[in-house]
Design a protein around this ligand. Structure first.
Ligand SMILES: Cc1cc2nc3c(=O)[nH]c(=O)nc-3n(C[C@H](O)[C@H](O)[C@H](O)COP(=O)(O)OP(=O)(O)OC[C@H]3O[C@@H](n4cnc5c(N)ncnc54)[C@H](O)[C@@H]3O)c2cc1C
Ligand code: FES
Length: 265
């Protein structure tokens, strides 16, 4: 983990209200794992006072070396709105890489990835990472769900990696008009995967966890909680364990990637 002020390499619109920001970072990020995140703070801004968590979306490589990271973010409030105004050459303050990412044992070959909305942010890094590990991506599937076609992110990039991409929108403006978990249910009955990795809204994650349990498939989900520090100091990211001990896990240290069966969600 490193705390540094980093230069903005680009900050481009990726369709309203989404942006991609490239940050020139320390070489520490060459060992970042998919699912890990950074806590970002704008410099010389009192609002927002607290850092904001963002998943690592991609590593920026040059000549085989990691030069930085890219974040994919949605403008939802004051912090992300101000972030969207950052320009190339500006500096932001980040702490990272933080948290525990997705675990990818060598015996996982048929992989299902389920992404809801902006939840695709860490999953694209995961897909690129699988490719680096020489996993045959043609045997892997991505289930990409969004409210509408304008909220579908990374669909071309994921299919360029060689994965089969199933698209679902709530309004039917692209792909199937259904929940992404409906599409997952259909596929899992025909072709049981070795693992499911998911990130998205909590209700989607609960449903993915249920489907995985029913079909006895290992599952890892990346959850979002409010995070004030990202390093275990504020206890703001506590999530209750499922074992009825009344004990809590911390999304910033123990996660944000969890086995859903360890959580009371
Ligand atoms: C581990 C982790 C990784 C994340 N990765 C990404 C990412 O890659 N891309 C991305 O766009 N977002 C990501 N988020 C969510 C992101 O941190 C919030 O959207 C951001 O902090 C909002 O800041 P704001 O100041 O713009 O909004 P605020 O003004 O603080 O809040 C605006 C609205 O957003 C909601 N909100 C605030 N924080 C969160 C949060 N942590 N989760 C869900 N809703 C929130 C508030 O309840 C409120 O309704 C991640 C969150 C976590 C915990
Ligand atoms: S965010 Fe502060 S303890 Fe996890």
């Amino acid at each position: 983990m490193i705390h540094e002020k980093v230069q903005v390499l680009w900050n481009k619109k990726a369709g309203n209200p989404y942006y991609r920001i490239g940050l020139k970072c320390h070489k520490e990020y060459s060992t970042a794992q998919p699912g890990q995140f950074v806590m970002l703070r704008l410099i010389n801004q009192m609002v927002p006072f607290l850092r904001r968590p963002f998943s690592i979306h991609n590593r920026i490589m040059k000549g085989g070396r990691t030069q930085g990271i890219e974040l994919l973010y949605k403008v939802v409030g004051k912090g992300t709105e101000k972030l969207s105004l950052c320009k190339k050459g500006d500096f932001v303050d980040i702490i990272g890489p933080l948290g525990k990412g997705f675990v990818i044992p060598d015996n996982y070959h048929r992989i299902f990835i389920v992404a809801g909305g902006i939840g695709v942010a860490p999953l694209f890094f995961l897909a690129s990472f699988l490719m680096e590990k020489n996993i045959d991506l043609s045997a892997c599937r991505v289930f990409l769900g969004a409210k509408s076609k304008d909220d579908l992110l990374c669909k071309d990039e994921l299919s360029d990696l060689g994965m089969t991409v199933h698209i679902c929108t709530d309004d039917g403006s692209e792909g199937d008009k259904c929940l992404v978990t409906d599409s997952l249910k259909t596929a899992i009955c025909k072709n049981r995967p070795d693992v499911i990795y998911a990130c998205g809204p909590l209700e989607m994650l609960k449903s993915v966890a249920k489907i995985a349990k029913k079909h006895i498939v290992p599952c890892q989900i990346s959850i979002e909680t409010i995070m004030a520090c990202g390093i275990g100091a504020c206890l703001g990211c506590a999530v209750e364990r499922c074992d009825n001990t009344g004990k809590y896990l911390h999304a910033c240290l123990d996660g944000p990637v969890f086995n859903p069966h360890d959580l009371k969600i």
